[in-house]
Write a protein that binds this ligand. Sequence first.
Ligand SMILES: Nc1ncnc2c1ncn2[C@@H]1O[C@H](COP(=O)(O)OP(=O)(O)O)[C@@H](O)[C@H]1O
Ligand SMILES: [Mg+2]
Length: 501
Amino acid sequence: MATLAELVTLRTDLNPTEIDHLQRLLGSWSLMSDLSFSDLLLLAPVAIAADSSTGFVIVGQIRPNNCPTRLSVDLVGQTLEYNVLEGASTHGRSESWFLHHEVFSPSLRIESFPVRFEGNEIAKVLRLTGGHQHTVSLYEQLYADAYNRLSRMVVEGVFPFAEADVYVEGSPRVGDGVIVVDEATQVEFASPNAVNALHRLGIFSPPEGRYLVDLSDELVVVAKSLEVVEPLVAEVGRRSEVAVLLQAIPLVASGEVTGAIVLIRDVTDVRRLDRLVLSKDTAIREVHHRVKNNLQTISSLLSLQARRVSGSEGRSALLEAERRVRSIALVHEVLSREPNDQVPFDDIVTSLVAMAHDSVVTEQSVEIVVEGDLGEVGAEIATPLAVALAELLQNAVEHAFALPDAAEEVDGHWVIRHEELIGRVHLGLRHDDEGIEVVITDNGRGLPEDFSIQTTTSLGLSIVRDLLQSQLGGTIEMLSTSAELGGGTVVRFTVPLNSPQ
Ligand SMILES: Nc1ncnc2c1ncn2[C@@H]1O[C@H](COP(=O)(O)OP(=O)(O)O)[C@@H](O)[C@H]1O
Ligand SMILES: [Mg+2]
């Protein structure tokens, strides 16, 4: 769906500051909808050039959240002809009439008032009433009065306030608790939920007729809001176990501050939940930390065992298993430090390169160069990706430079004896909108003849193939590069974004 800004820019002649004003109205008009127990629509005049039909485009719609809606359809983006509204547009104050249009039930009564900004009428608010009986509130007359004061402010161009935030997440609504005070903070009325919220703050005397500032120091934000004539928000009661959110909206008539509407919401439970979520994150990190520790223990056990095995085949198998476990532990190590489940993969790449490097003892050391980066990678992709990378890097340092008689395995390490050969491994990394691409090249001896990554049955590459193709839905190719290009092997694999698990 188009945003208000898009809709208004495309279909009306309103300028950016006027659009801002409407945006702020949409951010604060839930108050009006709730106080009037009505659905509200915001209409902006259609630009002459943009549309052959003249009329209004509906740029906003809100339902009250303390009574049933009268409009089950979403009308934002629809156009209403002028004649639908005829007789209703000229008066400054609201006027009731019936609207004949297929989207409205015939029994609906409509009131309208203009939205003024810097003296100009820039839009219209339609209030839908009638149609069905809503639950009658004890305070209906008082609510209606507060609504009338607010709508008059819209007509006079002072509501929404220029400073008002467009939308405060989780800000209180009328149903949470509403208090209306006069210009000296004397309480005209307080809804039952507001009285409950005051109880939470330790204020037990009936608030009607009292001055809010006398009831508790914590309510001083209301006086401040009246003084600066701006809506203000404050969370109070923080030192105790209680949290109460206050929003004060000054009421202004003909330039005079006449009082304020105070929305009040007991957010103790919300804050408790926030704390719980926070401790849940900590718990998840702790679990990753323990998994990492356990994997490191397994890795040590494997390496201890490898030392006791006499046959070289058995030993290298145990050491390979040890390495694989270690590459998985790396991912959990990073996750135990991260607040979310996105893994900064560069930390892992650095460790994997170091691991591959350490597993080869050379006379002329193998150089591993990394280019590009993978940025952040989802936790579910990180483990298979790390294992596959570890295998391929290991292969490069282990096989590429293992010329016949030029390398020898000593204690699970490959020692290269071929003195003229400088081993170079290049790791190219890319991560964009389409996914991840990794290219590993070496200047070694190239792959054995008849080699094919799709048919090879050796364990290391079978694991890589399975992880990349089956688990991550990616692709892998492995080729020997021609002698003119320096010889060696190139491995390229890709992992699409949102890869299936
Ligand atoms: N970068 C490389 N250069 C040359 N040969 C390679 C390279 N990578 C893999 N190979 C060949 O592919 C074979 C299979 O590799 P792999 O499945 O990892 O098993 P392993 O490493 O246990 O031998 C290796 O034995 C080697 O012959
Ligand atoms: Mg291998």
